[in-house]
Design a protein around this ligand. Structure first.
Ligand SMILES: O=C(CO)[C@H](O)[C@H](O)COP(=O)(O)O
Length: 207
């Protein structure tokens, strides 16, 4: 299982600092949606230039204009971009067209989708390389939140999937046991006082 570090920070300087500390322990460097909105596509180019050996994941969360938004992110250096699962099929197919042109990939983020397993199968048929079983930061803050529903959806989907929603060193083993291809960890790493140690601890918990 690969480990993806979601950098939900707001400046390129901070992203480059976080990436440098975590890179030895992670496979995928994610530029979070707030970071891309704050700094624009240039942050993708900067992180890819600093880490050409890593998969650079641009969390665009595209909802419309799939081909155009994916195209400009791939041209900036992204290896993977996200499109929302609640978007129309034509938006997802458009992003896949751009990915094919660039030799890159589209990940469909299932945040806000009620039947994640069923939508996962549909979007993989449209060409997504994997889906993200995702509970966002606001959902994580709700009473009673747990990763369990995401893990169950991943098991039921029977397609390649990642899990994002507060994954930590304590929960990453359950993510792996559910059959995930990628574990996504954001705040568990970037909020730690020792970013490198936090990333290393999650890596060590992956068998
Ligand atoms: O896409 C996101 C929020 O929309 C986050 O990057 C994702 O949820 C991973 O971060 P965390 O581990 O802190 O939940």
């Amino acid at each position: 299982m690969r480990l993806q570090f979601a950098m939900d920070t707001l400046t390129t300087e901070s992203a480059l600092d976080l990436a440098a500390k975590a890179a030895p322990y992670v496979d995928i460097l994610e530029l979070g949606t707030p970071l891309i909105k704050s700094e624009g596509l240039a942050v993708i180019t900067a992180v890819k230039a600093a880490h050409p050996d890593k998969t650079v994941f641009a969390d665009l969360k595209t909802m419309d204009a799939g081909e155009l938004e994916a195209d400009i992110a791939f041209a900036a250096g992204a290896d993977l971009v996200t499109v929302l699962g609640v978007a129309g099929d034509s938006t997802i197919a458009g992003a896949v067209t751009a990915a094919t042109k660039h030799g890159k990939g589209v990940v469909v983020d299932l945040i806000g989708v009620s039947d994640k397993a069923a939508r996962a199968r549909e979007v993989v048929a449209l060409g997504a390389v994997f889906v993200e079983m995702h509970a966002g930061l606001d959902e994580q803050a709700e009473d009673g939140y747990s990763l369990d529903a995401l893990l169950a959806a991943g098991k039921a989907a029977e397609v390649p999937f990642s899990v994002a929603g507060g994954v930590s060193a304590d929960s990453v083993e359950a993510v792996q046991q559910a059959g995930a291809d990628v574990a996504v960890a954001g705040s568990a790493i970037y909020s730690a006082s020792d970013v490198a140690a936090a990333a290393a601890a999650i890596r060590a918990a992956i068998r």
